[in-house]
Design a protein around this ligand. Sequence first.
Ligand code: NAD
Length: 492
Amino acid sequence: MGQTMTDYPALQLFIDNQWRTTRETLPVLNPATEEEIGRLPVAGRAELDDALAAAERGFRIWSRTAPRIRAQIIMKAASLLRERGPQIAPSITMENGKPLVQASMEVIRGAEFFEWDAGEAQRLYGHIVPSMPGIRYSVIREPAGIVAGFAPWNFPLSQPARKIAGALASGCSIILKAAEETPAGAMHIARAFQDAGLPAGVLNLVFGHPAEISSYLIPQDRIRVVAFTGSTSVGIHLTEMAARSMTPVLMELGGHAPVIVCDDVDPVAAGRMSAARKARNSGQVCTSPTRFFVMERNFDAFAKAFAERARAVRMGNGLDPATEMGPVANHRRIAALDALVEDARAKGARVLAGGTRPNGPGYFFPVTVLADVPDDARVMREEPFGPLAIINPVRDLDDAITRANALPFGLAAYGFTHSAANVDRLTAGIEAGNLSINTLEASVAEVPFGGVKFSGHGREGGAEGLHHYTVVKTISHKMELDLEPTVSGAKP
Ligand code: NAD
């Protein structure tokens, strides 16, 4: 396959514009081979204290830097990422497992997040509120302060990019803990910003034991925003910790996306397209289409086409250009998927494709299709976060919407239909932060993305994305100084 360990960078922390190593390190494995590809430096208290001090200095400089200049530096870093994409992509494949073409697309997507937020940095307008003559109320947005960001392993570059883009575009500094299993993606971002001329301390990158880092950083007075993407359980834990210091949180958590397939669409084409899309990133996407609710008339044809395409997905090492789907990212996903499939099978679900993992090294799990899955199967409630799809029949649109909303999650939801009336009912009825019609794409830079219910709080991207990194300040300005000493403020 022509790739060697030399494609994977030597892993380092980035604090105050310096690359640093640590005494303690942890192994980073290639999920396709289970071989060690690098050693992760583990930040301790000393490194975190240095990062806090650096971020404080960085905030003083960056928050007073003109938005236009901030935008220029962010755009420069984004263009470096685009230029370096061909060198960056193999390291993402090596640490996460995804096919090279998806890794390359991820670099572009990361650049797009930076480019969009750089634009928004220059449009963080305040407003003036009309009131009585002689007084002016203005409302402005100011950068909140130092952000503690936590990014997961499913998108090693574009997930850190979301948090760094929002923080930096708003004028905040950030200490980002990238995922311990996929550190290289965030390192490439830090290097691009260093080369783009970002002042020291504005972006600090740490790795290590997640609970140690979050429990040290979040209670610090100097941390003014906590931004996390990951599981709902960890999100709740971090939110509780932040609440003790009244620190606002941005939480992008789990999903269990429903897909409603109406009876006015071609079930074979929709089934084939859905199966291919399920394989993206080995299903390890919080918006991954998972619960397919198909109207009875279309059910058999849809399920058959879905299963055929699922069986045809070429699974292998992501560095092989023929590979459509790599391994899952770690052994925890394998154990979780095995348990969910076993439970569903025992409760009467039909396995139409996949279900058993191949022998040999690597965390490979095939696209697995379960049909007629009873509501009491665990997979109907627990996010599989892997290449596992459920296909169940529904009577009509009301039945589908009720089932779609039955879970405590509400991140992405999808519908396939030609009917405007159906779209109207889906729009009104679906409980989710993002509803996509006739596409399985849910998250792009130019529109806000986030969840309702246990899928989280706040939005990333779009015009709304920077709001969580700013605080609103209201200025009441009386044009003439009036020193009349009345208690009520009323004129006698
Ligand atoms: P996990 O819940 O242990 O970890 C999820 C993420 O949170 C990881 O990136 C981890 O580094 C981080 N984390 C864990 N404990 C933390 C702590 N105390 N402080 C700060 N960060 C912490 O589980 P996992 O096995 O890594 O992933 C499993 C589940 O996580 C999946 O089933 C999925 O629901 C969720 N997940 C969601 C996303 C997403 O994009 N929303 C991404 C990755 C994982």
